[in-house]
Write a protein that binds this ligand. Structure first.
Ligand code: HEC
Ligand code: HEC
Ligand code: HEC
Ligand code: HEC
Length: 398
């Protein structure tokens, strides 16, 4: 059985970010400091989709309905908020997973560190990309939000501003960007005509954009795909457009790493719009020009907000050293064991977290077998446990 995931238009050319902790193998403190928390931008998360298929995850797991049905759909509401989440989930669910593999006669597939990284970035990206939008719902929103008071799409309507031009833009972020640029003018007019300034939530942007596309007379011309965003460029925009000034330097707005951005690109676009109403008077007060966005600016900015918001997982090497006792790791991994298991106090350092994650995944069947034969269960590991273990194996004084 081989099921293909259908097109992920968005995924092509997506650049995403991850925090890679490295440099522990070096004794040079300076290099360590430099490399610690260095953000890395893998070339293309679509590689992760290929890993997902080639390693057979797709035989059991679907992504948004495409794929196997015997295991949870990994595109549904699962947010792998930190780099430690995926391995923690895979580890904790492995007894059931391995059992199903046995029943279905599917081999447990080993993963290299590079494959593990691709896989987790791919899954992490799914949350960000969100859904394609529902044009039926968008049609209703167009009326509910009073857009139709001032705009028309499809049919020409005297005195109304046509939105048909928008039909050629494939991404909802473009709608958000254009609306943002017109926000002040539009909101003034809305207030003057006693029309409530609409509040965006959930996938409203995606739905509206989908409706405008479907009703537009201009939908078949060369479609313009806005790239989903490059967080590295977004970081620069965050500084140059005054966001950093208010949110980090002067603390006029909240620290955005503390605001929940476990949301899709469409939802964050909605947050940005909602915030434009509150921002305008403040911008006047602090004499900051209202930033205008062009090209990929908004997409880059939003991807920065998303990727910069990765959950911060706590952990320490001291906790790690306790965990290898409390979790029963040393039962197998001590001097003179019968399991051919490495002596854990001597294991490491690992070149990167993904090397560690892939080692954990790869050795699961051997561990499972040994535990099972003794009627024992695999200890559960939280994301913070995995981080502490990693820090312990990469400790400086060994
Ligand atoms: C033979 C079928 C099978 C294969 C192959 C498989 N899984 Fe699973 N997986 C399962 C089942 C069944 C569960 C649910 C386990 C449970 O309920 O504890 C699961 C659970 C998970 C979970 C936790 C999901 C949740 O909702 O909590 C993750 C993450 C996961 N698998 C990732 C993967 C990845 C990545 C691969 C490929 C490297 C993979 N799985 C391959 C059957 C499979
Ligand atoms: C009270 C009137 C009013 C309402 C209600 C309104 N708009 Fe506008 N909108 C305008 C005006 C005026 C402009 C042009 C502003 C300018 O020229 O700077 C505009 C511009 C736009 C543009 C840019 C068009 C272009 O081709 O550049 C888009 C897209 C847009 N509106 C979408 C919407 C959507 C979606 C809604 C509903 C959520 C909405 N508008 C509600 C008055 C309104
Ligand atoms: C003049 C100061 C100021 C500037 C400049 C500014 N913000 Fe804000 N921002 C605020 C304030 C105050 C709030 C809280 C009020 C609110 O929720 O709208 C806020 C809220 C937000 C929120 C919503 C947070 C939440 O809890 O929902 C986001 C997202 C945001 N800002 C992003 C940005 C981005 C991106 C930029 C740059 C384009 C920016 N801000 C520029 C002052 C500012
Ligand atoms: C039931 C015995 C058993 C338990 C309990 C156990 N392991 Fe293992 N572990 C093994 C075996 C056997 C191997 C070698 C597997 C192989 O060769 O595929 C191994 C390999 C490993 C490796 C790869 C070693 C290397 O050389 O890179 C790591 C890391 C590891 N285990 C960590 C842990 C941690 C952390 C725990 C506790 C949460 C744990 N193990 C608990 C039996 C066990």
């Amino acid at each position: 059985m081989k099921i293909r995931i259908l097109t992920y238009v968005f995924l092509v050319n997506v650049l995403s970010a991850s925090f890679i902790f490295s440099g522990f193998t070096s004794n040079n403190l300076l290099t360590q400091k430099k490399q610690f928390k260095k953000k890395s931008y893998p070339e293309n998360p679509i590689e992760g989709r290929i890993v997902f298929e080639n390693k057979g995850c797709i035989n059991c797991h679907a992504i948004n309905g495409e794929g196997g049905k015997s295991a949870p759909d990994l595109g549904k509401n699962i947010f792998f908020g930190s780099e430690y989440d995926l391995i923690s989930q895979m580890w904790n669910h492995s007894p059931v997973m391995l059992n199903q593999m046995k029943l279905k006669n599917i081999d447990h597939q080993k993963l290299t560190a590079k494959e593990f990284l691709s896989l987790r970035l791919f899954l992490y990206d799914l949350r960000y990309l969100g859904t394609a939008g529902n044009s039926e719902n968008g049609k209703k929103l167009f009326v509910q939000m009073s857009c139709n008071n001032c705009h028309s799409v499809g049919k020409t309507n005297a005195g109304k501003i046509k939105l048909d031009e928008m039909g050629k833009y494939a991404s909802p972020v473009y709608l958000a960007q254009v609306m943002w640029n017109h926000a002040i003018k539009m909101q003034k007019m809305q207030k003057a005509s006693n029309i409530k300034v609409p509040i965006f939530k959930d996938d409203d942007f995606a739905d509206l954009s989908s409706y405008i596309k479907s009703a537009s007379t201009n939908k078949n011309e060369n479609k313009i795909y806005l790239e989903p965003g490059n967080p590295k460029i977004g970081e620069k925009i965050f500084s140059s457009k005054g966001c950093f000034y208010c949110h980090n330097e002067k603390h006029i707005g909240p620290d955005l790493t503390k605001v929940n951005m476990n949301k899709s690109v469409n939802e964050i676009a909605g947050m940005m719009w909602n915030h434009s109403t509150e921002m305008e008077p403040l911008m006047q007060k602090y004499k900051i020009p209202m930033p205008a966005f062009k090209g990929n600016d908004m997409a880059n900015l939003i991807s920065y907000l998303y990727f910069n918001n990765k959950a911060d997982i706590s952990g320490s090497e001291t906790i790690g050293s306790k965990l290898i006792q409390n979790k029963g790791c040393l039962n197998c991994h001590s001097e003179g064991n019968n399991y051919k298991a490495a002596i854990l106090t001597k294991v490491g350092p690992f070149r990167s977290e993904d090397v560690f994650f892939s080692e954990l995944w790869n050795h699961l069947p051997a561990m499972e077998k040994n535990l099972y034969s003794k009627g024992k269960e695999l200890p559960k590991l939280l994301p913070s446990d995995i981080k502490s273990l990693y820090l312990y194996f990469n400790r400086k004084n060994r």
